[in-house]
Design a protein around this ligand. Structure first.
Ligand SMILES: [Zn+2]
Length: 212
């Protein structure tokens, strides 16, 4: 499937590209006609830095930011984003006057923070950062987890998202389904590929894909 890869340019930065592979793929909650790949943005330092720069322009500059919670392997982008926020002198309530960049542990589909990381969430203003969002289910669960540990969501950002908000919280994004021409997500029971009897090529999530 890799030979079918298509590149889509960012409207906001000429040095950012999104890669996508057309086909028939399954996420945990839907079937999709493109696997959207943000691996290079997450793992190449120059691209992660550029993504952080664009994201920085989207985070609220007049609110507290203490912590960046990174999902789906977005830690390098989170680190560059924390640098931008620190350099700009955005207010934080942290005693040590720096930002935390953390990821929840995922255990049996349950997101949790151990006692050593709870201090990064409790009473803190949190930016939630994700790689790809289609149904918003991961965002919903992450927001629940953060508020369970006493954090307040300041901003939710996703590198790629096909939705604009989750339960009234706006999602800031670098790419959306307008950038990926003809991107479609279907409820599992309404997938036209399944109806035609076409096999699923790969299972995909925020970390990547596994071919079947
Ligand atoms: Zn299908």
């Amino acid at each position: 499937m890799e030979e079918r890869i298509v590149k889509f340019k960012s409207k906001e930065s000429s040095s950012l590209n999104l890669h996508a592979i057309p086909g028939h793929f399954a996420t945990s909650h839907s079937h999709i006609n493109y696997y959207v790949d943000v691996t290079s943005i997450k793992t190449r330092a120059s691209e992660a830095k550029e993504a952080a720069k664009v994201l920085y322009s989207k985070v609220p500059h007049h609110e507290y930011i203490d912590t960046i919670v990174c999902m789906d392997g977005t830690e390098m982008i989170g680190a560059f984003l924390s640098q931008q926020i620190e350099n700009a002198g955005i207010m934080s309530v942290n005693k040590h006057e720096t930002l935390y960049v953390v990821s929840p542990e995922i255990n049996n589909n349950q997101m949790l923070f151990r006692d050593n990381n709870k201090g990064a969430i409790e009473g803190k203003h949190v930016v939630l950062l994700l790689a790809t969002t289609t149904t918003g289910e991961t965002i919903r669960r992450a927001m629940e987890c953060i508020s369970y540990y006493g954090g307040t969501i300041t901003c939710v950002a996703s590198i790629f998202s096909t939705i604009d908000e989750v339960d009234g919280t706006k999602i800031e994004k670098l790419f959306d389904d307008d950038d990926v021409v003809n991107y479609q997500a279907y409820p599992v029971t309404e997938c036209p590929f399944c109806k035609k009897g076409l096999p699923i090529e790969a299972m995909v999530n925020g970390f990547g894909y596994s071919k079947l």
